[in-house]
Design a binder for this molecule. Sequence first.
Ligand SMILES: Cc1ncc(COP(=O)(O)O)c(C=O)c1O
Length: 357
Amino acid sequence: MTTDTNFKITEASSSRIDNVDLNKPGFGLEFADHMLEMEYRDEKWQQPEIKPYGSIEVTPALNVLHYAQSVFEGTKAYHVDENTINLFRVEKNYERMVRSCERMCIPKVDREVFLEGIKELIKLDHKWVPQNNRNSLYIRPFACAFDPIISARVAEKYRFYIITSPVGSYYDRPVKLTTTQQYVRAVKGGVGAAKTAGNYASSFYPAQQAKKQGFDQVLWLDAEEHKYVEEVGTMNIFFVIDGVLVTPDLRGTILPGVTRDSVIQLAKHWDMPVEERRISIDEVMQAGKDGRLDEVFGAGTAAVVAPVEEVHHDGQSVTFDIDGRGPVGEKFYDAITDIQYGQAEDPFGWITPVDVS
Ligand SMILES: Cc1ncc(COP(=O)(O)O)c(C=O)c1O
């Protein structure tokens, strides 16, 4: 498959940036001036195009709208100084997208298009990267089926896009989680490890039920026994039990988070005991009752490191009297964001600086 990585670039005639408050951007509400678009037809990806951000016209029969053959990624760009914007572990996002594409029968997007496309967009729209309050520019690459026909089969046409959006923090306070015995997020052999649209669509109803009961998110349990902790809708989960960091291991039903991996690498770097293993919700609740559950936090690109205030399961709750992050979560948050914003050394080679001078 040959892919032409020579981007065709059409710059926006004017910028919309003055309409946006980059100090309070919200999340995913506004989009920067440019986007990347690439078509797949005649069995190959065509020339990638960077052009002004705008609507796309589609037919109501477009198969992705009906059958959800689509994958996406999420990463961020961080303002360092007026000449430099940092990207964080984008190679890992690319690799995950390739795996998601494979699972969803979407032709693989070329590595150069993905990585250089992000860099080109950042160069063009670097003024959209917020400078304050640990805000950032969220980067959303996605690929989806684009056949204009209603037929439940693998498509022949696809589109790949990269759009970007200035964002603030995803959660503005500690989160309350509840398990559910009625619903599951992912099954063995299913698509839980892929970042694909249906995983999110199917989680909305249980999440809505959880919200009605006063919780922010569902803490998913495994589909077979409803016993082992998996993850949260938008982030992976970490428990600190007796000073040991514990997170569910990857068994094909959990999204392998980039932030999860970064937390684990940092813990190992600090000689902090860390275990990737099956952890039952009973173990979590018992540790909570015994006063051995020091802290719970979620980890994800959008949420960064999000403190958990309550874990609710089967009529019982473990609560944490916290205002912000606990000490362990805070240590990870500081270490990760300091590297992202170029305020600490990067011993892991996680950063790709983009020169925007
Ligand atoms: C279901 C789910 N789990 C975990 C994560 C965290 O992954 P990452 O750290 O790569 O953002 C996300 C967010 O991307 C997610 O949507």
